[in-house]
Design a protein around this ligand. Structure first.
Ligand SMILES: NC(=O)c1ccc[n+]([C@@H]2O[C@H](COP(=O)([O-])OP(=O)(O)OC[C@H]3O[C@@H](n4cnc5c(N)ncnc54)[C@H](OP(=O)(O)O)[C@@H]3O)[C@@H](O)[C@H]2O)c1
Length: 255
């Protein structure tokens, strides 16, 4: 990968205060990009991430992207600050337990609504506003962060698996529609990755099964997911538009 690709590129990453988003922010900054770090609530952590990025062209953008006005405001504020959006990484995501044989109906509907608001509708709304901006400026790259759960079933979090499968389908539709505008859309689908989300959502039994399933006997590191995101956002990867890259250590293979 030509690291000079990202010199002077303006990159917006949702949910970049920690986890995969933070590792992605670091990787882009190390490759010369100006990085916009979006987060929702945890300003202290976002400030710590900002302080760790090499270079001085980076800024925080606090916004709840699950609100439709928040998605528009985020792109507006980013474009006000940098004039142009070159790369959007839709990384922010949530995951809520809602086992069909365990929870009441209120919990069930709450989990479906909240999961889809963040994992699908926010990404769709951000793609909409990012595309309006990129169509004016001559193009750009969008990378959406999905999950292995889109393919292999998520029995304890069915809304999560469904939201990521829908994110994959949306990304492929937009890859076709936006190609004539020089806008490339790709997807990275990680397996379990060492972040707070994995720590919170894995039961001890699931963690044990997971390590048993993994030929590497470990989870992904956030920077391994970031590496695939940077590849899809690079100029040379334009013709891979519409692809879904698995980063799951061969724990779930599809052809
Ligand atoms: N970790 C895994 O095992 C794994 C596996 C497959 C796929 N993924 C996907 O990878 C992505 C990142 O996961 P992660 O493990 O790094 O997550 P994480 O550690 O839980 O971090 C989530 C980030 O998203 C932000 N966020 C959540 N809701 C938001 C909202 N409504 N508006 C703005 N920001 C919001 C959080 O900000 P605050 O801190 O301010 O709340 C935080 O920065 C997600 O899409 C996830 O589904 C993760």
């Amino acid at each position: 990968m030509d690291s000079s690709n990202f010199q002077k590129k303006n990159v917006l990453i949702t949910g970049a205060s920690r986890g995969i988003g933070k590792a992605t922010a670091l990787a882009f900054a190390q490759n010369g990009a100006n990085v916009g770090i979006n987060f929702r609530t945890n300003k202290e952590e976002a400030l710590r991430t900002l302080a760790e990025l090499p270079g001085d062209g980076h800024h925080l953008f606090q916004q709840d992207i699950s609100k439709k006005e928040g998605a528009k405001a985020l792109i507006d504020h980013f474009v006000e600050k940098y004039s142009q959006l070159d790369v959007l990484v839709n990384n922010a995501g949530i995951s809520i337990f809602h086992e069909i044989d365990q929870v009441d109906f209120d919990h069930w509907t709450h989990a479906w609504e909240k999961t889809f608001e963040t994992n699908l509708f926010a990404a769709a709304n951000l793609c909409y506003w990012a595309a309006q901006s990129m169509m004016k400026s001559g193009g750009g790259h969008i990378v959406n962060v999905s999950s292995r759960g889109a393919f292999r079933g998520e029995p304890t979090k069915p809304a999560y698996g469904a939201s990521k499968a829908a994110l994959n389908a949306m990304s492929q539709s937009l890859a076709k529609k936006l190609a004539p505008h020089n806008i490339f859309v790709g997807v990275v689908a990680p397996g379990f990755t060492e972040t707070e989300m994995a720590a919170k959502t894995l039961t001890p039994e699931e963690r044990e099964n997971l390590l048993r399933e993994s030929p590497f006997k470990r989870m992904a590191q956030p920077k391994e997911v970031a590496h695939a995101i940077l590849f899809l956002a690079s100029e040379g990867a334009a013709y891979t538009s519409g692809t879904i890259i698995d980063v799951n250590g061969a724990s779930y293979l599809r052809s």
